[in-house]
Design a protein around this ligand. Structure first.
Ligand SMILES: [Zn+2]
Length: 464
């Protein structure tokens, strides 16, 4: 039971007792002059002279001020009560007792969020600095998110930053150990301190994977674990890591506007042309992407987007359509009757009898790989290996009445059934089949009978 009014400062208690004005003290004049000492209502011993305690308290406060580097005062009540029948220890040195029993406090600058003290700093100036740093950190986070969310950003602005909580700075009496640095205060305001989760490192884990799995940054993980911060490359299996999952005391709402460039796709136009065969399809003009600048407004809560709206789109460059030409030229079902020579070259063997037998065509010298052209438009009736002709192409120029033959090729460019135009490359010359050197064997068959190609061309040229 408290016996006298409690006084935080022991000096004041001494003043009262030193005057000996209390009725109790005046009565007890015959007994031993001992005083019972109470700290925070608890009896701790007797002293003959209260100076024993007050000097110890002054010494303790002095050393605490040195230790913490800030003004502190006692938070404990020390009471002296005159006693006659003391049989406890009589204190001659109270310094150990005082160091154990006395609590000290300092008047810190408390940041209060919605009326609740959250973090203590050394001064109102440091509290203001922490709040500024907190907002700067939020702006930096939003900027990092904006840059991660879009490519080709041309400009952005972060507008209206607000916080829904009521935040104020007021004096707060705390133990000196509770006073935080600006950096610590920012971390507490950002992450909160009410949640503590321990993670035991498992094989194969990294700081990165642990942080990702817990919605933290590696930097946060490092701050929460000083030993890891010292050497982030050495985390070991079984190690306990503090995971302080962000649960901020102060939240931010913000709006940002981002302008970015976006490609506009081009269309493809098909133009039909009777100047080209149906198998001809080509790009006559390549398409080009256009570009527009898109402005997007995003509303965020703690950096996370909660709504997003396109507010403007400005076309900077229109796309250019791609033009594809598709041939529609009617396919002749028979040749013109007017032939062209399949390739230019020296005739090394003519039509007619020779030592090996009757030669049904002409041999035209050509290096392997020389393009072989169709003598006239027509339909491919054979394309493949034909005995002594090697790789050969037969083209019907109209109802079987006129057929041209191209032998000894190295590569065939057509297949049976293909409709070819006059002059179209149908093969590359070669040396396949019964051949004694690279050349093209060219035959003209009229009504199934091979004629002399040279004579045929002579008559054709003379109009006979
Ligand atoms: Zn021949």
């Amino acid at each position: 039971m408290r016996w006298k009014s409690v006084l935080a400062a022991s000096l004041l208690a001494l003043l009262l007792l030193g005057g000996c004005t209390s009725p109790q003290a005046a009565v007890e004049t015959t007994g031993p002059k001992l005083l019972s000492v109470y700290i925070d209502g608890e009896f701790v011993g007797y002293v003959a002279d209260p100076e024993v305690v007050t000097r110890a308290v002054q010494g303790f406060l002095w050393s605490e001020r040195q230790r913490w580097g800030m003004w502190v005062r006692s938070a404990s009540d020390i009471t002296f009560v005159p006693s006659r029948d003391g049989d406890g220890p009589i204190l001659t040195d109270a310094s150990e007792l005082v160091a154990e029993r006395i609590d000290v406090v300092t008047e810190a600058a408390g940041i209060y969020v919605d009326g609740q003290p959250v973090v203590a700093l050394r001064s109102p100036e440091e509290a203001a600095e922490a709040l500024r740093a907190l907002e700067d950190a939020y702006l930096a986070e939003v900027e990092a998110r904006i840059r991660a969310e879009r490519q080709n950003i041309r400009s952005f602005s972060i507008d209206e930053v607000t916080r829904p909580e009521k935040v104020e700075t007021r004096p707060w009496l705390v133990h000196p150990a509770e006073v935080r640095t600006v950096e610590e205060a920012v971390a507490i305001l950002q992450r909160g301190t009410d949640k503590v989760i321990i993670h035991v490192v498992k094989p194969g884990e990294s700081l990165w994977s642990i942080a990702m799995a817990n919605d933290m940054t590696v930097e946060d993980l490092r701050k929460a674990n000083p030993e890891v911060d010292a050497n982030p490359h050495l985390i070991r299996i079984g190690q306990e890591l503090n995971l302080v999952v962000p649960d901020p005391y102060i939240t931010y709402h913000s709006t940002d506007t981002v302008q970015y460039a976006k490609a506009i796709p081009f269309s493809v136009e098909v133009r039909y042309s009777a100047e080209h065969w149906p198998w001809e399809r080509f790009v006559s003009r390549y398409g080009q992407y256009g570009e527009k600048l898109v402005s997007v407004r995003t509303i965020r809560e703690n950096g996370r987007p909660v709504s997003r709206e396109v507010i403007e789109e400005v076309v900077v460059r229109q796309p250019v359509s791609q033009i594809v030409v598709q041939g529609t030229r009617p396919i002749p079902d028979r040749g013109s009757g007017s032939l062209i020579w399949p390739l230019e070259g020296r005739i090394t063997s003519g039509y007619g009898w020779r030592s090996l037998g009757f030669h049904r065509g002409v041999d035209i010298a050509a290096n392997v790989g020389t393009p072989v052209k169709a003598a006239d438009a027509g339909t491919v009736i054979t394309a493949g290996w034909v005995g002594g002709y090697g790789k050969a192409v037969f083209i019907d120029h109209g109802g079987g009445k006129l057929v041209t033959v191209y032998g000894h090729n190295s590569v065939l460019k057509v297949k049976p059934g293909d409709v070819v135009s006059k002059g179209q490359v149908i093969a590359l010359s070669g040396n396949t089949g019964r051949s004694t050197g690279p050349h093209l064997h060219f035959e003209i068959r009229v009504n199934g009978r091979a004629v002399d190609p040279v004579e045929y061309f002579k008559r054709q040229t003379l109009g006979q």
